[in-house]
Write a protein that binds this ligand. Structure first.
Ligand SMILES: [Zn+2]
Length: 184
């Protein structure tokens, strides 16, 4: 029993997870778990916890590195030169080029594509924007780059936000059958 447990533990510590070991042996993951003595199970669990902590730390380091690469102190200062900075509660409008939709855009050091100024603002304040999130304006002013007016939400939250504010018009300006104020 103990030997079997140790041999299984060795394979787990070598980097396989329980499902992989189970697959190799043609048994259920549960069966693999039952092979382990409580001490060996605890050793494996500590090992897994450490691994995932290391992985998270690596992600954080990677984000920091990307941020440092893009935002040495100079480019960041250059970015703010294009923003009309006002009081903390006011809108800070982008003074550089704008898209027809009103959003500020810029071409950035090291990136091939144009970036949205408000997304870059959020990035300066919080780090890289997660892939699945939109950066939304609480002030509804597209060129605004006041970090206090920006929030990150899913596309779905963004749509709901514009519905709440009566800006979402799937039927053009007039909807004969619904009252948008009553959506909530
Ligand atoms: Zn604003």
């Amino acid at each position: 029993m103990k030997t079997k447990s140790k041999m299984t533990l060795v394979r787990l510590l070598a980097g396989k997870n329980m499902s992989e070991v189970a697959k190799e042996d043609g048994v259920s993951p549960q069966a693999v778990r039952f092979r382990l003595t409580p001490e060996d199970l605890a050793t494996y669990q500590n090992h897994s916890a450490q691994l995932s902590a290391d992985r998270q730390q690596a992600d954080v380091d990677d984000m920091e590195e990307r941020r440092a690469w893009r935002w040495g102190s100079k480019p960041e200062a250059r970015f703010w030169e294009n923003v009309d900075i006002q009081g903390p509660d006011d809108c800070w409008e982008w003074q550089g080029s704008r898209l027809p939709s009103g959003y500020g855009q810029l071409h950035i050091w090291g990136d091939k594509n144009h970036l949205y100024a408000h997304r870059v603002t959020w990035e300066i304040a919080h780090g890289p924007v997660p892939d699945d999130l939109d950066i939304c304006h609480s002030c509804d002013n597209p060129p605004c780059c006041n970090p206090a007016h920006l929030w990150a939400g899913t596309a779905k939250q963004n749509t709901w936000d514009s519905i709440r504010k009566g800006r979402f018009k799937p039927f053009g300006n007039k909807c004969p059958t619904c009252n948008i104020d009553e959506v909530e």
